[in-house]
Ligand binder design. Structure first.
Ligand SMILES: *Cc1c(COP(=O)(O)O)cnc(C)c1O
Length: 345
């Protein structure tokens, strides 16, 4: 793979904005370089544009060098940046594999990038022959979500491996739900083998920090450098950096307990749902939600909604006809879900 050939020429030659805090890296006591208010509070100074302390913590936590880490305002920012770095508007294409996460297409549409779609198989796995047929010389990016949203399943590693070998562009593996999938499922430890691989993770799901907006991208240092070049200078604010540092040092055990509880609730809910008459199928899930096919999904949706329980209607999504996506809640919330279903006439 030749990275320069994949990157938009204007991005390759871009001279990034150089912020005051970026240019000066030594020790100093008096900062008169950034037009900040000198009387301000702990928040008066611009934050570290490259989030050095946080990346060092993540580096240890995920056993990956800091040079392979990008941090963004949610993984949604990473998705947008990747599209803008590699795809020339009005010319290039991305390939997505529905049913899948909606942001890949939205970000591409905003940037006027053509979106090609290649359905997953009925088992929600990669259709390698179709993927091969859909690739063109203009295909810059291929998005694979594993575990996949909204279907919940992991994508077979062997088929991802094949894609990484046959595709000359960038493969983006979205691992937003990887912490629910058990150990050994992430591709992170194989990253150094694939110069064309970008792995996305997030603090929004297992870490329970959706509100702080912190997403991660892992890739070869050359790709990380491009992302840092294109991002807004202070894209991860200080409050977010501090909250994430605190979670990494204090709440890891809590997070692990919650993952275990969510996974055991998932199995309990799966069994209860499968036994129900109106449930046609509960798909296996490696994530923190279940995709459930109902005989009358709209009736179930409105019945739940009237009881104050909101689930995600996926009935208009290809291969998900009749399906609702149900996030695993607390045991109490899940019980309420079941009792509300019991009260349906
Ligand atoms: C929830 C989710 C994300 C997370 O996005 P953030 O911007 O980090 O909150 C990313 N990818 C998928 C597939 C998701 O479902």
């Amino acid at each position: 793979m030749n990275l320069q050939e994949l990157v938009r020429p204007n991005i390759w030659s871009l001279k990034p904005y150089s912020s005051a805090r970026h240019e000066f890296e030594g020790q100093a006591d008096v900062f008169l370089d950034a037009n900040e208010n000198p009387y301000g509070s702990v928040y008066s100074r611009y934050p570290d544009p490259l989030q050095t302390e946080l990346k060092e913590k993540i580096s240890i936590y995920r056993s990956i060098p800091t040079g392979n880490i990008f941090l963004g305002n949610g993984s949604d920012e990473a998705i947008d940046l990747i599209i803008r770095i590699f795809c020339n508007p009005g010319m290039d294409e991305i390939l997505i594999l529905p049913p899948t996460y909606g942001m890949y297409k939205v970000c591409a549409d905003i940037s006027d990038i053509k979106v090609k779609e290649c359905l997953l198989t009925p088992e929600f796995q990669l259709d390698l022959a179709q993927i091969k047929n859909s690739l063109t010389p203009r295909t810059k990016l291929l998005f694979i979500c594993t575990p996949n949203n909204p279907t919940g399943n992991l994508i077979e590693p062997g088929s991802i491996e094949k894609v990484l070998q046959v595709f000359n562009g960038i493969v983006v593996l979205d691992e937003a739900y990887i912490d629910f999938a058990g150990p050994g499922q992430s591709w992170l430890d194989k990253l150094s083998r694939y110069p064309n691989l970008i792995i996305l993770q997030t603090f929004s799901k297992a870490w329970g920090l959706a509100a702080i907006r912190l997403g991660l991208a892992f890739a070869a240092p050359e790709i990380i450098d491009l992302m840092n070049k294109v991002k807004p200078p202070y894209n991860v604010n200080l409050l977010t950096q501090q909250a994430a540092l605190r979670s990494l040092s204090e709440y890891e055990a809590k997070k692990s307990r919650e993952i275990s509880e969510i996974n055991s609730e998932k199995m309990r809910l799966m069994n209860l749902l499968e036994a129900r008459e109106e449930v046609l199928k509960v798909y296996p899930s490696d994530a923190n939600f279940l995709l459930v096919k109902f005989s009358d999904p709209h009736y179930v949706f409105y019945h739940l909604r009237n009881a104050g329980i909101i689930v995600r209607d996926r009935t208009n999504t290809p291969l998900c006809e009749g399906c609702l996506r149900i996030t695993i809640g607390t045991p109490k919330e899940n019980q309420l879900l079941i009792e509300t279903l019991n009260s349906m006439v």
